[in-house]
Design a protein around this ligand. Structure first.
Ligand code: NDP
Length: 331
């Protein structure tokens, strides 16, 4: 009946299929600090879109340590002005497209990391809101068979895992040690190393309760850091991927000529650090691995947290004990 009605109505009426309100619910802070600075704004302004952007109706978002560090004021020098709606990771539905947008249309289900450089002028209006504006080039189609909550947990973490492995020269036949294998980034670094890069051997560290998880993600060797120091074991690796901040120890277990990539903390040569760049086409390239189930999203079983529980979700993330991704859904 609806189809018949719209077919007979004027083109203008048909085109206005998606009503976008002027205001929305969003979590925001107007001063740096701990999780208590976050307030739910019931009438935040829905962001305007640029020519190269789309407006996404957010269905799910995910938290990353960078959201907490940014909120704490660690990146003030290069941050966007306050007030801030945090959140880099999004999965949702396109409801409006800018004039220069070529590939995306209203109704498309997408996911991505909304700021190209997370520390250099990140978006003031992030994904912990009902709507967020994103450049088309930062988004990818949501993989088939992956729900919005799972998809939201992927972008920042999987792009970091991929860029880190790539920059470290990971390739078929090489061995890798992932420090922090049970976290958002580490759980994907293990899987990408094995499934995408063809690692000959993947080792990873976590605490006792997460050792079986490391193996289920594809780790050949799971090191319980509460019982053994990885740097005291005899094994050496072509690549060490440090998602914990143990760069000083990481360099002790790399083979001569190998690479040590660190995400956080001090850098000891030959280790190097980088900051992830968002890119929708990299997500598109990884989509087949997600659609085939070779690479699986890992959503922390404490969640998904409903939109009303964002403060609790941040507090949980900031324990540093999350397993996979802390996801907010539904929004
Ligand atoms: P998570 O919050 O998901 O990491 C939590 C995990 O870390 C837990 O599962 C925990 O396991 C594990 N962990 C904590 N301490 C240790 C340890 N000593 N040894 C092994 N595992 C440990 O964080 P992310 O994976 O999202 O990010 C990791 C770090 O990388 C953060 O500091 C983040 O800011 C940074 N980062 C940097 C990026 C960049 O571009 N440079 C991009 C993305 C992240 P357990 O409970 O067993 O201890």
């Amino acid at each position: 009946r609806c189809v018949a009605a719209s077919a007979s109505s004027s083109p203008a009426v048909t085109a206005a299929a998606t009503e976008v309100p002027g205001t929305m619910k969003a979590w925001a802070y107007d001063a740096y600090g701990d999780a208590s600075v976050l307030k739910l704004d019931e009438a935040a302004v829905v962001p305007a879109i640029g020519e190269d952007q789309v407006l996404v109706r957010v269905v799910a978002a995910a938290l990353n340590p960078v959201d907490a560090k940014r909120r704490a004021g660690k990146f003030q020098a290069t941050d966007s002005p306050l007030p801030t709606v945090p959140g880099y990771d999004v999965a949702g539905v396109v409801v409006k497209v800018g004039g220069q947008v070529k590939g995306l249309r209203e109704g498309d289900e997408v996911y991505g990391m909304i700021s190209e450089k997370p520390l250099e002028g990140p978006k003031q209006s992030g994904s912990l809101a009902e709507y967020t504006a994103v450049e088309e080039k930062l988004l990818a189609r949501k993989p088939k068979g992956i729900d919005f909550a799972q998809a939201a947990g992927l972008p920042l973490a999987i792009l970091t895992a991929n860029e880190g492995l790539e920059k470290a020269g990971m390739a078929a036949g090489k061995s890798v040690l992932v420090l922090g294998g049970a976290g958002g980034v580490g759980s994907l670094a293990i899987q990408l190393a094995k499934q995408v890069y063809g690692a000959s051997k993947v080792a990873a560290t976590a605490s006792t309760k997460k050792i079986e998880l490391l193996k289920s993600l594809g780790a050949d060797v799971a090191i319980d850091y509460t019982k053994e120091n990885f740097e005291d074991l005899l094994d050496k690796y072509d690549v060490v991927f440090d998602a914990v901040g143990q760069g000083d120890k990481a360099v002790k277990v790399v083979k001569e000529g190998g690479s040590v990539v660190v995400l956080t903390g001090a850098v000891t040569p030959p280790g190097f650090r980088f900051v992830v760049t968002s890119n929708g086409s990299t997500l598109e390239k990884l989509n087949p691995y997600l659609e085939s189930g070779k690479v699986k999203p890992l959503v922390d079983p404490q969640g998904p947290f409903p939109f009303s529980k964002v403060v609790e979700a941040f507090s949980y993330l900031e324990t540093g004990r999350a397993t996979g991704k802390v996801v907010i859904s539904p929004i």
